[in-house]
Design a protein around this ligand. Structure first.
Ligand SMILES: [Zn+2]
Length: 308
């Protein structure tokens, strides 16, 4: 317990802001933007519902000690979002993913407010990229992944990240250039565009399959290297790293899932495909109803279309 206490105190907090009231950030829909408002964070160690790294740490720690299938993690939660309502709920909980504009606003209290604009289309695009990346990590665990699925995932990521350089320039122009510490380099983008999988230049099935997995690893590594782990002298400076959105923190959780893939599973019910925390080695569905529905579907397929 003593060790835990020391670890807790050594991490000042990875939160975009503190909520003005209650547990969630204020989010208003304004045209095609979300306007997200929070208070400049105090980095206290008690309130951590909206601290993405602490929430993720709790998820991975509890893997070993509890069979709690309801335990949630920020990365899988973002990837599992299916509707705008889910995405807005995520932003209310953790802050903007990639902000178009950020302003510090003086408030009646001593602590200023942070106000950010999150473009809804950019948010949807980030969810597609992240969901594809997490699925790619999961598919590459398989000894014989479906190459068509891998190609689709790599293509979704490659198309989505085309806007990252524009976002990086936008962030650099808005605040001090050194605080735009993440970067997808032009060479990385060019390398992804030229991948044999995307070019469709290989035909032999076995070679093609191996190339898809290799290309998948290239894409994941380039994504993760765009958001390198950094160390900051104090919490305020660290906060600048994700003031324009918590995307660097989301990708830090993807790094963990890539390096330690045994903690996360993807529901084998093809109509669900939600990510979930693996609590038993044999568990392949995210919840019991998915297992039942999928078994029923397989049964009826067998009855109606018996093998010739
Ligand atoms: Zn499911």
């Amino acid at each position: 317990m003593k060790t835990n206490a020391i670890v807790e105190h050594s991490i000042p907090g990875y939160k975009w802001a503190d909520p003005v009231e209650g547990q969630y950030f204020s989010v208003k829909v304004s045209g095609t933007d979300l306007e997200v408002i929070g208070k400049y964070p105090t980095f206290s160690t008690e309130a951590d519902d909206y601290d993405i790294v602490k929430q993720f740490g709790r998820f991975s720690q509890q893997f070993a000690i509890a069979d709690n299938t309801k335990e949630r993690s920020p990365g899988p939660d973002f990837a599992n979002a299916k509707t705008d309502k889910d995405l807005i709920a995520f932003v209310k909980r953790f802050g903007p993913v990639v902000a178009r504009q950020v302003k510090m606003v003086q408030s009646k209290s001593v602590v200023p407010y942070i106000s950010a604009k999150q473009d809804m289309e950019e948010l949807r695009c980030e969810q597609r990229i992240f969901q594809a990346a997490l699925t790619l990590v999961e598919c590459m665990k398989d000894d014989h992944p479906d190459e068509e699925i891998l190609v689709d995932l790599i293509r979704t990521i490659a198309e989505g990240i085309e806007v990252w350089q524009i976002q990086w320039e936008r962030q650099r122009s808005e605040i001090h250039p050194y605080s735009a510490t993440w970067e997808l380099r032009e060479e990385s983008l060019a390398r992804i565009r030229e991948l044999p999988t995307l070019k469709g230049t290989l035909h032999k099935r076995d070679v093609f399959l191996n190339t898809c997995v290799l290309d998948g690893r290239v894409v994941i590594c380039e994504l993760l290297n765009a958001f390198r782990p950094l160390i900051f002298p104090n919490a305020s400076e660290g906060n600048l790293y994700f003031r324009y959105g918590i995307r660097p923190l989301l990708f830090s959780t993807l790094r963990h899932h890539f390096l330690y893939p045994q903690y996360l599973g993807i529901c084998q019910n093809p109509t669900c495909r939600k990510f979930y925390k693996i609590t038993r080695a044999e568990k392949i569905y995210h919840q019991e109803t998915c297992s039942r529905k999928h078994r029923q579907r397989l049964y009826w397929e067998k009855v109606w279309w018996p093998a010739p």
